[in-house]
Design a protein around this ligand. Structure first.
Ligand code: HGY
Ligand code: MN
Ligand code: MN
Ligand code: MN
Length: 414
């Protein structure tokens, strides 16, 4: 990489503010769920900024968005840097956006410096990393790594009842200037800058995390069905109350999974009681379960325990049970070449760092299945994320972008 490009911190921070205004919530966060009009507005802004700089703009059938800066060898596989622009419903302004906009800042810095690279460098904004509207998460990078849309995705419905295929088509059509390209192509390497979304860097007063891998994730959707009935007239013996089954199973799970294993994570994020009337015994209860663990065998054990407890509790209350798995992301370790590249970059920039495994999943996990990949973390205040109060100190955001630029330089030189 010729020339001495430098990150323009002021420009990056302004970009972060500009994008945070798209889907901004009253509490200072963002609600920019995947493939919604807000998500489309953010993608359109990135595409416009890219075209103003003369970069190429492409999208694939999953609406993964690619911003390309040519290298000397236009036929060489590109080096990818990026993250995602979609957010949680009460998300923060940095989750995903920092990595995507820092990657765009790297391209702009190279362009400003007239720097030349052999391989092209492309910024990528992956579609639907969060998975909160359409399960599973990391949809865009998963399909990219497979080179195809997995079976059954055409029938996926969002939490708002919208078909994935309709939301995808609307998003693809909203960016006519983007040239289309197939799903999946050879990639030289991949780097993703992201906030840690946990407390350890801040606790240890470290600027940078060199991410060596990602723990596993599994999502289950459970529906317990009993019989709606009158709250006042129906004695216990005649009730088929799904809330009783759900409470019994969840009590046992909350009392054991995380208390007994500090590496385990168990979360019920969605719970819906139908018909949801104060004086009707529920007819059915729907809940989502998110399980995390660095060890696949433990993920198996926890999932089996969830299934057993619900399979026992439902019939004991005269109810039926439906359990479906909507996400299964095995733990991954990143490539040492890319990890070393990030560590070297942090050293060269004299930024204190540590190596660590990510508690959150990321698109880098799927990309690491088809190319050398690694991640860079910066700390966020109190480790808080998936919360509107998510905050990154400006100097940490800029430091992360500097490590991304330097890591890209080091990895391209390798
Ligand atoms: O859920 C996750 O781990 C990611 O932040 N979407
Ligand atoms: Mn994220
Ligand atoms: Mn997230
Ligand atoms: Mn991510």
């Amino acid at each position: 990489m010729s020339g001495r490009a430098r990150i323009n911190g002021e420009r990056l921070l302004k970009r972060l503010d500009d994008f945070a205004s798209i889907g901004a919530t009253a509490a200072g966060g963002v609600n920019r769920q995947a493939l919604t009009p807000c998500d489309r507005d953010a993608r359109a802004l990135l595409a416009r900024l890219a075209m103003e700089r003369g970069f190429g703009v492409f999208q694939d059938p999953l609406a993964n968005l690619f911003i390309r800066r040519e290298g000397r060898d236009g036929h060489a596989p590109p080096f990818l840097i990026g993250s995602h622009l979609d957010s949680q419903p009460t998300g923060g302004r940095f989750d995903g956006a920092l990595g995507t906009l820092a990657a765009f800042e790297v391209l702009e810095a190279l362009e400003d410096a007239g720097a030349e690279t052999d391989a092209p460098i492309e910024v990528v904004a992956w579609t639907n990393e969060e998975g909160c509207r359409f399960a599973p998460g990391a949809m865009g990078s998963m399909a990219f790594s497979l080179g195809r849309m997995p079976d059954g995705w055409q029938e996926i419905k969002g939490t708002d009842g919208v078909l994935l295929s309709d939301a995808l088509n609307a998003t693809l059509e909203a960016l006519p200037a983007a040239r289309s390209r197939p799903l999946g192509f050879p990639v030289l390497g991949y780097l993703e800058l992201h906030i840690e979304q946990g407390p350890s860097l801040e606790k240890e007063n470290l600027a940078i995390g060199v991410v060596t891998g990602i723990q596993g994730t599994r999502w289950l959707e459970i529906t317990v069905t009993g019989q709606a009935a009158h709250a006042g007239t129906t004695e216990f013996a005649f009730r088929r109350d799904p809330m009783v089954a759900v409470s019994r199973a969840l009590n046992a799970l909350y009392d054991t999974i995380m208390p007994d294993d500090p590496n385990a994570r168990f979360t019920v994020g969605r719970l819906m009681v139908h018909p949801g009337s104060v004086n009707s015994i529920p007819g059915s209860v729907f809940l989502s379960i998110d399980i995390r663990h660095p060890d696949s065998a433990r993920l198996d054990e926890i999932e089996a325990r969830v299934r057993t407890l619900f399979t026992d509790a439902a019939p004991s209350t005269g109810c039926t049970l439906d359990i479906r798995k909507t996400f299964d992301m095995s733990p991954a370790t990143f490539s040492s070449i890319c990890i070393d590249g990030v560590a070297t970059a942090a050293q060269q920039l004299r930024l204190p760092f540590k190596q660590m495994v990510s508690g959150a999943f990321h698109d880098a996990l799927y990309v690491s299945r088809v190319a050398p990949a690694a991640m860079i973390f910066v700390s966020c205040r109190d480790g808080l994320s998936h919360n509107e109060a998510e905050h990154v100190e400006p100097e940490h955001a800029v430091a992360g972008a500097r490590v991304l630029l330097e890591s890209t330089r080091v990895n391209l030189a390798n």
